[in-house]
Design a protein around this ligand. Structure first.
Ligand SMILES: CSCCC(=O)/C(O)=C/O
Ligand SMILES: [Fe+2]
Ligand code: NI
Length: 180
């Protein structure tokens, strides 16, 4: 079940809020400028589904977002616990960073923890299957896939190069709870 936990960024030990109510999650994130939606699954996706199969299964939603928000590049990131580079990939996304464009991610399988560092707070959003999150360009954040990753996510970008990150150099992610 999707979850939201909110902290003051200087007090990782004491959550200000914890909820698994999807309406509350949506409202709290909307107040912080973050879009959170839950789409309906249109196709059975599993760890063996290819990027092409996933993009085809969600072509309608992808095209709607492209039209609505002008995204031009789409990719699918899919990771399982048997991925040889899972540890390095986990560390890469745990480094706080920003993107010069919105961060738009749609989970078609599994889960991942988005940690959004906004206005002195950290919003930890556990996204699961059918969750869409859209984080405004320039938002400092990190992402944790856990030690045994299992997820597939569609990523939409405004630039042809796809995933480009500006790392802040902060180790803030080490001070906050992670996925198991
Ligand atoms: C769930 S998509 C992989 C993580 C990613 O693309 C990103 O930028 C995390 O901050
Ligand atoms: Fe990111
Ligand atoms: Ni990101």
């Amino acid at each position: 079940m999707s979850q939201l936990t909110v902290f003051n960024s200087d007090n990782p030990a004491q959550p200000l809020l914890h909820t698994s109510d999807s309406n509350e999650i949506k409202q709290q994130l909307q107040k912080a400028g973050v879009r959170f939606e839950q789409w309906q699954a249109t196709a059975p996706i599993d760890a063996d589904s290819s990027a092409e199969q996933i993009q085809a299964a969600y072509a309608g939603d992808i095209n709607r977002l492209k039209t609505e928000r002008g995204y031009i590049t789409v990719d699918v990131i899919s990771l399982s616990a048997n991925h040889p580079d899972k540890a390095a990939l986990r560390q890469k996304f745990l480094a706080e960073h920003t993107h010069s464009e919105d961060e738009v991610r749609f989970f078609v399988r599994g889960q991942g923890l988005f940690c959004l560092h906004i206005a002195g707070k950290v919003y930890q959003v556990l996204c699961q299957q059918n969750d869409l999150i859209s984080v405004p360009a320039g938002t400092t954040h990190w992402f944790d896939m856990g030690s045994e990753p299992e997820f597939s996510a569609i990523r939409l970008f405004s630039n042809p190069e796809g995933w480009l990150a500006n790392f802040t150099g902060s180790d803030i992610a080490r001070r906050f709870p992670l996925l198991a």
